[in-house]
Design a protein around this ligand. Structure first.
Ligand SMILES: [Cu+2]
Length: 137
């Protein structure tokens, strides 16, 4: 009788250990929420983007919902700022200010939708220094 009880105890112990093991494998800590990696330099809170021969500055800005952003062309040549994608400009049409002669400035429409918009110079659509990000939050 005694050996049988010992055997039962052993079976019980093994079962407990097995279940402890399986429950441990089943539970997992929640994965950390991924945060978007900001570009080098981060995002700047401003509503003015200045264009010079070096490109647009700041390249990455954050504005509040309802803001307007002003593009200032301080370059000696014209620029034609438009929403991505090129050449349709359909993603964020409200940020398209269009043709800016040297020295000219123009504001976007009110940016009423919270989202991230990117733009380019329609005359130089592949020039990276003339591409930027407007984060509407
Ligand atoms: Cu374009």
């Amino acid at each position: 009788m005694v050996p049988r009880i010992q055997h039962l105890a052993k079976v019980l112990l093994v079962t407990l250990l097995a279940s402890a093991c399986s429950s441990d494998g089943g539970s997992s800590t929640p994965a950390p929420t991924p945060t978007p990696t900001p570009p080098p330099g981060g995002s700047t809170t401003t509503t003015t983007i200045t264009i010079t021969s070096a490109g647009v500055s700041p390249r990455d800005i954050t504005v509040t919902v309802g803001s307007r952003v002003t593009f200032v062309n301080n370059d000696s040549v014209p620029h034609d700022m438009a929403s991505d994608p090129h050449p349709e400009h359909t993603a964020c049409p409200d940020i398209t200010v269009g043709f800016l002669a040297a020295g000219q400035m123009r504001a976007t429409n009110n940016l009423n939708a919270a989202r991230t918009c990117t733009y380019h110079d329609h005359n130089q659509p592949t020039t990276a220094t003339l591409q930027g990000v407007i984060r509407i939050q």
